[in-house]
Write a protein that binds this ligand. Structure first.
Ligand SMILES: [Fe+2]
Length: 297
């Protein structure tokens, strides 16, 4: 492992959230000097920033639109200690200074997936970088990927829920979210006791399994700098497609009083649904009904 410590418990990958150490403290790509020059050089569509004064109920995907902080990106970074802001950068590896870091992390993720029998391929890997003022909040959400989150500066509390827990988000909601069908998992105060809170500090890494809800609160003392690598294994890519197939079938089955079996408990059934989804997608594409291959993944 180049980036992750040897204490990492591989057997828990995508089963349960767990913490371990990382070896990237002091990496030059994460220095404030490099961030100050690299981030403004990235395409504007990859850099999102908003007020950090959010709560668990806010829409994480729309915070940069719904809750602007009224500053430019440069002013936001320069005043991050006091501006109550939250900066999220998608694919910072588009800048050359992040490429070696990305390749090293990808190498670790690839060997983890391989050793867990999840296949050689890592699907759609990408980095996300987060720079946040003290006390800022990342609202409750579920990602369409597995995550390794690495902390570089400041402390935070990360609350993670068990993956596939219907008490946190129903199959129907999760499938719609995965299929970009208009619904997303929402925070409800009664869910709070179901989460496990990790106290997270520099040098530590946290695995957030595929389909595990989570929310984050940064500590009061320092600016938080953290980075994640998100990815799908061949297994979670298959589950993702099976969920989209369930979303597609749900209205038709509902008309005859049936619901699709949830994804995640039967690999053979999930594979059949994933294959069906790929067939539907290919047919829709040939008919000119959809445009982007990305949506089939
Ligand atoms: Fe997340």
């Amino acid at each position: 492992m180049k980036c992750f410590s040897d204490e990492l418990n591989q057997g828990l990958l995508d089963q349960q959230a767990f913490m371990f150490g990382h070896r990237l403290m002091g990496h030059s790509a994460l220095s404030l000097a490099n961030l100050g020059s690299a981030l403004p050089a990235l395409p504007a569509g990859q850099v999102f920033y908003s007020s950090g004064l959010l709560n668990e109920k806010d829409d994480f995907d729309r915070a940069h639109l719904d809750r602007p902080n009224g500053l430019t990106l440069e002013a936001t970074i320069e005043n991050i200690r006091t501006s109550n802001s939250y900066v999220m950068v998608r694919k910072p590896e588009a800048h050359p200074s992040f490429q070696p870091l990305f390749q090293d992390l990808l190498s670790d993720v690839r060997s983890l997936c391989k050793s867990r029998g999840m296949g050689d391929s890592v699907v759609d890997p990408m980095l996300y970088l987060f720079i946040a003022s003290p006390n800022s909040v990342t609202p409750f959400h579920i990602d369409r990927y597995s995550t390794f989150l690495l902390q570089f500066q400041g402390s935070k509390e990360v609350c993670v829920f068990a993956p596939w827990d219907e008490r946190v988000a129903s199959s129907e909601i999760c499938e719609s979210f995965m299929a970009y069908g208009g619904k997303r998992p929402l925070w409800r105060d009664e869910m709070a006791p179901l989460g496990h809170t990790f106290q997270f500090k520099p040098g530590e890494a946290l695995h957030i399994p595929f389909m595990a809800g989570h929310h984050v609160k940064n500590g009061p003392d320092d600016v938080s700098i953290s980075m994640s690598i998100i990815f799908n294994s061949s297994k979670t890519a298959r589950q993702s497609m099976a969920m989209r197939m369930n979303h597609l079938m749900r209205p038709t089955l509902g008309r005859i009083g049936l619901t699709p079996k949830p994804v995640g408990s039967d690999a053979v059934r999930d594979q059949l649904k994933a294959t069906a989804w790929q067939g539907c997608y290919s047919a829709a594409r040939m008919a000119g009904l959809v445009g982007s291959r990305q949506d089939a993944k």
